[in-house]
Design a protein around this ligand. Structure first.
Ligand SMILES: [Cu+2]
Length: 143
């Protein structure tokens, strides 16, 4: 009887572990939000990308129906002047996080085709080299 149990465990344990890990074996987008702004002006979206895989991925671009979306990096020069540069792509480290936050990386939403008011939601599609497309529902809120 003991041997049969051991045999069953040996067979099922790897299966159970695979199922348990399956849901986290991917990218996760956490704490997404976008700045309120009026139609015709610009906004920005922020979030944290959690890479639960053992390989690096690369964020290639972002897309939304409501504006032109670009990957931007804000930085401050030695005179304390803030500026931002468009990024061709942004690497997401293996088993690590990548933070998009005010003053750093952000998704620039250029030429809004509608008002963004607190409580609105923006559907934002992120295109990754390995993972492919991920669409996130981004709530609009005050910073
Ligand atoms: Cu920007």
């Amino acid at each position: 009887m003991k041997n049969i149990m051991r045999l069953l465990l040996a067979f099922f344990l790897p299966v159970m572990l695979t199922v348990a890990c399956g849901s986290s074996d991917s990218l996760g987008i956490q704490e997404a939000w976008a700045r309120p702004a009026a139609a015709g002006s610009n906004s920005a979206a922020y979030f944290r990308i959690e890479n639960h895989t053992k390989t690096e991925d690369v964020l290639l671009s972002a897309e939304t129906d409501i504006a032109t979306a670009e990957l931007h990096l804000s930085s401050m020069d030695e005179n304390g002047v803030m500026s931002m540069q468009k990024q061709a792509s942004v690497p997401v480290p293996a088993a690590g996080n990548l933070e998009f936050k005010p003053g750093g990386l952000h998704i620039m939403l250029i030429g809004l085709r509608q008002d963004l008011k607190p409580g609105d939601t923006v559907a934002l599609t992120l295109k990754f080299e390995k993972t492919g497309n991920m669409t996130v529902q981004v709530p609009v809120r005050e910073p």
